[in-house]
Design a protein. Sequence first.
Length: 282
Amino acid sequence: MKIASDVTEVLEIYEGQTHVISFSNTSLCETFIESFLNYLNRKPIVDHHFAHFITDHYDTINAKNFKPIILNCGTLNILSEKVIEDQVFKRFEDQIMYDEHTHMVFQKFEQSLNTFKYALEIKDPFYQIEIQDTSFKLKRLLKVFGLEFHHNLESLSEINKRKLFINLLKDDDKENVLLILYPEAFLGLKDIQRFIQLIKSYQLTTIIITNHPSIIIEEENVYLCKSNKECHSIKDIREDLEILMPQETINDKTVRMIAYHEFIGTDLKELARYFEFINDYN
């Protein structure tokens, strides 16, 4: 599977793995995010911009094939979003429909409610008023009761809030696609890595949009998207290093670190001093 977009080259996407996409240009980054969100949410293309999954034969994949989980880490309280409430009620609806015990309890409740409804009336020789005999929507009924959380969700750590968000939205019957925007928000350096490890434990096809160096350097599937819509070639950097030093001494993390610094325009002479220090230290 791949991602095709008008603002990047085609990006290779591996099922069940984590992918990091970084942009040097803010406008291209915003365009990509908007286009990819529109695709996942099955909304129309805006201004001819696009970003969508394609097959290895370059055919567009229908977004209906996926269950999108869109986690915008820049939102301070992600659990206050309406999608969380909707998903909780959906879980309760599913429990009523498919859990035998809960379904039986609900049927008894429904019978009692109907008995109560028919008992309500105002009679007079000239008129009669009763409760209207109409069916009710289960979700609407559940909303009447409201939600009560036995532990204050606001007191959860940022990582656990995100974990709850993903757990509620994940659909075990569909192929989940996890899109994470700026996971470094509201996290310290150590917690960033803890969160990335949590994400990997789900083994979902994951797309991370970030410019944070620790994420870029640590991850394997990294795409550094330049203003000319091409990706900075990490493979070329490795090949250049193999000319200068034995292959077994080249570390993937070091290659990505060099690629990142080239990508952001760092003078590589500064890195030379770093490598001299490391060699002397070792």
